[in-house]
Design a protein around this ligand. Structure first.
Ligand code: B12
Length: 447
């Protein structure tokens, strides 16, 4: 029956079940953008974040942690079947189940629940979240979307407990889903192909607004063998630089936010028409901000001009996507950078004023067939060049070129269950997990 009043839609960011998790500037940007799109069409939304570090019932955190990164509240839970051999504790990261139940009870029964998902191997957290929502609102349809739903749609259909799994981006599908599950019909007020027309993510729905995730472009011109970016975002879309500067002004002026986290896959690509005008626009408005790039910037995009602009506009935590310093044999994983380009980029950053501890180079650890010595060698090269190596443990991802090799190299049956792709268990080696290699790399990095 069609709705007389607008429907009530509940949006939920689910728990993480993992051996380790930390809020490294992680916000459910897609879900909060969906919330904003719904609100812009006068649909009533409510929001529950199972990862909320500032939940009113959570133990008080150090006030400094309120402004940026920090640990999630956690509860020890049993390890998933199949991973009992891993000598690490397993936890539910986020609020307590009883707090979720109480928060759900505070809401009137929603007409539709939308749940997001991120890492494929976090699906048990999604299952548990959906199970509790279902037990509280048995007659409300639940739709699951997000990265796990898109990378493993069949697994999600069979095991998430959702009534429907959306395996694509929300922009095109959202209002037909709303119509299908609530009967409520609207004409979208934005073009899905034009990101500048989307409303800003509804960050105000969070308990506190401590930092702002920013997406200035979609997609990536590279197609690295370990990365699913091209599968998830086949089309590269650039926002208008002026619109990005406007958004930064908005969060700063209306919400007093100073920390901006770049979620772009390739912020510095096409810099002449994208990053440079954005950074110049920020300098022109003379605003004080801090930028962080936990998702890494491309080394080839760094030259004297971009380095200077990044320094002057307040880039604070800079991560470079180096992946390996084995420059001669890297075609199998990517063709992103040569040794000369890497050295030149680091020199540009140092000349611009960046300090050693501000610049980290991600190095992939745990690739199929990767030898410990090659990782050690990469760490040494990064240190010699005078910046900080940062280990990024490899997670095998379906739909990537490296997936078949990962399947062959693993001691687990990766195809049978995404749980085995967790990077914390170093899945792509035949010998069982042990702490020795991790300890050894940590010592080498710290030395
Ligand atoms: C930004 C980002 C991060 C951020 C955090 C993001 C976050 N939300 O927490 C940072 C930099 C911290 C990060 C870290 C990591 N990341 Co990351 N990250 C990304 C990135 C580049 C973009 C994600 C994003 O926010 N996109 C923008 C928003 C708008 O998109 P979205 O949330 O997906 O939502 C859209 C759709 O999915 C959909 N949707 C979402 N929810 C819902 C719900 C419903 C109901 C519906 C209908 C639709 C829908 O609609 C939205 C709009 O289109 C992706 C790659 C990519 N291009 O997607 C990798 C990606 C998700 N990361 C990945 C990895 C591997 C990691 C790391 C493990 C890297 C490492 N080795 O250290 C870490 C682990 C993080 C942790 N906490 O432990 C992998 C995922 C692998 C996997 N197995 O699932 C990806 C796919 C990149 C890759 N290598 O291929 N990451």
């Amino acid at each position: 029956m069609p709705f007389c009043n607008t429907p009530h839609i509940l949006l939920v960011n689910p728990w993480i079940h993992d051996f380790a998790a930390y809020d490294f500037w992680a916000k459910p940007m897609g879900l909060l953008t969906i919330a904003s799109m719904l609100r812009h069409h006068d649909i009533q939304v409510s929001y529950i974040d199972c990862l909320d570090r500032f939940h009113p019932r959570a133990p008080k955190t150090d006030p400094g942690a309120r402004h940026g990164r920090g640990p999630y509240y956690k509860t020890r839970i049993p390890k998933p079947a199949g991973l009992h051999d891993v000598p690490r504790y397993f936890s539910r990261y986020g609020i307590k189940p009883q707090w979720l139940r109480d928060d759900l009870l505070r809401h009137s029964r929603p007409d539709l629940v939308l749940v997001t998902s991120l890492m494929t191997y976090w699906y048990p957290g999604v299952q548990e979240t959906i199970g509790i929502i279902r037990s509280m609102f048995p007659r409300t349809p639940i739709v699951l979307g997000g990265i796990y739903a898109r990378l493993c749609p069949n697994h999600a259909r069979n095991s998430s407990g959702a009534d429907y799994v959306a395996d694509g981006p929300a922009e095109k599908a959202l209002f037909s889903l709303v119509r299908r599950f609530t009967g409520y019909s609207v004409t979208p007020a934005f073009d899905p192909e034009v990101p500048d027309e989307y409303p800003y993510p509804a960050l105000d729905l969070q308990t506190i607004l401590n930092y702002v995730p920013l997406l200035t472009s979609r997609g990536c011109p590279f197609q690295c063998a370990y990365c699913a970016s091209r599968f998830l975002e086949p089309k590269r879309l650039l926002r208008n630089p002026e619109a990005v500067v406007e958004e930064i002004k908005y969060w700063q002026k209306d919400y007093g936010c100073h920390d901006f986290i770049l979620y772009d896959d390739a912020f510095l690509m096409d810099a002449d028409r994208h990053a440079i005008p954005i950074l110049e626009g920020i300098l022109q408005i003379g605003t004080q901000v801090r930028f962080h790039t936990p998702n890494a910037v491309h080394i080839r995009g760094i030259d004297p001009q971009t380095a200077r602009l990044m320094f002057e506009t307040g880039f604070t935590t800079l991560r470079l996507g180096l992946e390996t310093a084995e420059f001669d044999h890297r075609e199998e994983i990517d063709v992103k950078v040569s040794e000369h380009e890497f050295k030149r980029a680091v020199n540009c950053l140092r000349d611009a004023g960046f300090k050693k501890n501000q610049i980290g180079a991600y190095l992939l650890v745990g690739l199929p067939g990767q030898k410990k010595d090659t990782i050690k060698h990469s760490i040494e090269i990064v240190k010699q060049i005078g910046i900080t190596p940062v280990a990024a443990y490899y997670t095998p991802i379906p739909h990537t070129a490296l997936w078949p090799k990962a399947v062959a190299a693993s001691r687990y049956d990766l195809e049978s269950d995404p749980i085995f792709t967790n990077n914390a268990v170093i899945p792509c080696q035949k010998q069982p997990f042990n702490w020795e290699m991790i300890r050894c790399l940590k010592e080498l990095i710290a030395a």
